[in-house]
Design a protein. Structure first.
Length: 280
């Protein structure tokens, strides 16, 4: 059935316009990366992001846990129902065009539900399972749009970006009652949760964060092997937002890993320079 029309604009076109607005407003790193993609791919990636953003907003919101769980389960159920709002209209069209795997979208919801149930991670292996849901799954969904079958490296790249997010967002996560840094690594570097609460960028904290950053870089390097399987514009997109994340990590390192006053912000000029560098 043809998409309904509003004037000369189809409902699907309007839905894509809405998810692209969400992406520009809420995910500036991704927005800079996807602008180099052809229209259909750019719109599909924005639809994936808008769905992931909705999951995150519910999990991080202020509703009671029972209400959050209900809303997340509703988002998961709606993946199999006729779409009724912009995000799901755009996502349904993108799924049809690019065969985006449903299991990746369901994994995103599972990650949101995990945030309601688990606020500490005993070791990195436990954390890795979580990262694969909330970020690796985004890579798996997006790689279908890019047109590569290298799902493993796409997932690894997603995990790498999440590991950088964990370093960047320590304060914000603490305020939400969550500590993603593995408990055994906190203990190994003699860092306590009281140190996090106090915002103390001690020598021990910097040593711990250096270890976290080195691991994130290793995952980033491995994940960027994905570029070899991508067409030139998709590779430019991926290398752009990966470069933006890498630049953020470098800014954090330059500040001695003092992330307690909030994450560093890249200027528009810096972002445009990274876009212009192309395949770095």
């Amino acid at each position: 059935m043809p998409a309904p029309r509003a004037g000369n604009v189809t409902a699907v076109d309007q839905a894509y316009a809405d998810v692209q607005r969400i992406t520009r407003a809420r995910a500036k790193n991704f927005a800079y990366g996807i602008r180099v993609l052809p229209r259909d791919k750019r719109r599909a990636i924005a639809a994936i992001y808008a769905f992931a953003r909705e999951v995150d907003d519910v999990a991080d919101g202020e509703l009671p846990v029972a209400d959050k769980r209900h809303r997340l389960e509703s988002l998961r159920a709606r993946l199999d129902e006729p779409p009724t709002d912009s995000t799901f209209v755009a996502l349904a069209d993108a799924r049809e065009r690019f065969d985006i795997p449903e299991h990746a979208l369901r994994a995103l919801v599972a990650g949101g539900i995990q945030d309601l149930e688990q606020t500490r991670y005993a070791d990195f292996e436990e954390l890795l399972g979580y990262c694969r849901k909330v970020a690796g799954a985004v890579g798996v969904a997006c790689v279908a749009v890019y047109g590569s079958e290298d799902v493993e490296r796409a997932e690894t790249l997603g995990v790498a970006l999440q590991l950088i997010n964990i370093i960047r967002d320590v304060r914000e996560d603490w305020e939400l009652g969550r500590v993603y840094i593995p408990q055994d690594e906190l203990a190994s570097f003699s860092v306590t949760e009281d140190d996090i609460a106090a915002g103390a960028a001690t020598d021990a904290w910097r040593a711990l964060m250096t270890f976290q950053a080195e691991r994130a870089r290793a995952y980033l390097q491995d994940g960027l092997g994905l570029l070899r399987s991508l067409d030139s514009r998709s590779a430019l997109c991926v290398s752009t937002f990966a470069g933006l994340y890498r630049a953020t990590l470098e800014r954090i390192e330059a500040r001695g890993f003092d992330v307690f006053d909030g994450p560093p912000h890249l200027s528009t000029l810096t972002k445009l320079r990274i876009v212009g560098q192309g395949l770095w």
